[in-house]
Design a protein around this ligand. Structure first.
Ligand SMILES: [Fe+2]
Ligand SMILES: [Fe+2]
Length: 166
């Protein structure tokens, strides 16, 4: 099995985008289904953000300093998504703003995923060797074992706090 970091992250993106599509196709009154889909989105996004924030971004920043601005922008985009996620956690699917807030989350994350896949990953692939990308991927597989699945867990919250105060 390939442990190429970009392949692993793209797999994650596909899974996340599928929950977005399912949400968009759910009917206006499909409260239970939309609630379940948002729960799933939140846990997928929490894990994915953890892997990128803790492994991918810092490693790339160190190995390819010329991509630092892209990494900093990514931290900010994840931070905005984190804020929306935290607001959605306690919200009931019947709430007036539930669909709107989820839609804004979906739009933000979709934009971020497109930027990663179309602009950032190609630069990273060009700058790093296959071995380096496999090594980063292997670290992500390890990190996934201890990744938070809920934004309420301290290791998930830490990055958000860091992003606010640093
Ligand atoms: Fe990202
Ligand atoms: Fe990503």
């Amino acid at each position: 099995m390939s442990t190429d970091a970009i392949v692993l992250l793209k797999d994650d993106h596909q899974t996340i985008l599928k929950t977005f599509k399912d949400f968009q196709e759910a009917g206006p009154k499909a409260y239970k289904r939309k609630g379940d889909l948002v729960d799933r989105m939140i846990s997928l996004l929490t894990v994915h953000t953890y892997l990128e924030n803790e492994v991918m971004y810092p490693q790339v920043r160190e190995l390819l300093p010329e991509l630092e601005d892209d990494v900093l922008e990514s931290y900010e985009e994840h931070h905005v998504a984190d804020l929306l996620v935290m607001e959605l956690v306690g919200m009931k699917p019947e709430a007036e703003r539930f669909d709107a807030k989820t839609t804004v989350l979906i739009e933000n994350v979709t934009h971020h995923i497109e930027e990663e896949e179309q602009e950032w990953f190609p630069k990273v692939r060009e700058g790093l060797s296959r071995t380096q990308l496999q090594d980063i991927g292997a670290q992500m597989i390890e990190a996934r074992k201890k990744a938070p699945t809920s934004p309420a867990q301290p290791s998930a919250l830490k990055k958000t706090v860091d992003a606010v105060i640093k």
